[in-house]
Design a protein around this ligand. Structure first.
Ligand SMILES: Nc1nc2c(c(=O)[nH]1)N=C([C@H](O)[C@@H](O)CO)CN2
Length: 125
């Protein structure tokens, strides 16, 4: 399957399980990978047939800035749902890194992958 990706999208938001985290904004980083058929866009050199990674990045940034949660798991799941609902993708992989959460670690976080019913059916046919 073709992919469109967004690497290292940084967002400042309020996220964390501890009380001290609920009154500050921390940097989180998204690496996103979407399953999408790139051939129609390439055939016509046509942005209207492409998955617009700039529009997708803006949506994810606005969502993450405006929604406060405790767990990185929750934010990753919500962003995956947002992308599947608002863009015509077949699948989405969301890797969410919290770069400053754990001393002596370059980053911690989660990675999830979710599929549309359409792509699951195509895989089983
Ligand atoms: N699996 C997770 N573990 C932890 C999370 C999390 O979101 N998922 N969050 C924290 C704290 O908020 C931490 O990031 C603060 O340093 C701890 N463990």
């Amino acid at each position: 399957m073709d992919k469109v990706f967004v690497q290292g999208l940084e967002v400042l938001t309020t996220i964390g399980v501890y009380e001290w985290e609920k009154g500050i904004r921390q940097k989180i980083r998204f690496d996103l990978e979407m399953g999408y058929d790139n051939r129609p866009a390439a055939a016509g050199d046509d942005i209207s047939k492409a998955l617009d990674y700039a529009a997708l990045s803006s949506k994810v940034t606005a969502y993450a800035e405006q929604h406060q949660v405790e767990l990185v798991e929750t934010m990753a799941e919500q962003v995956a749902s947002l992308i599947l609902a608002e863009f015509p993708v077949l699948s989405v992989k969301v890797r969410l890194t919290k770069p400053a959460a754990v001393a002596n670690a370059a980053g911690v976080g989660v990675e999830i992958e979710r599929f549309t019913q359409r792509s699951l059916k195509a895989q089983s046919d």
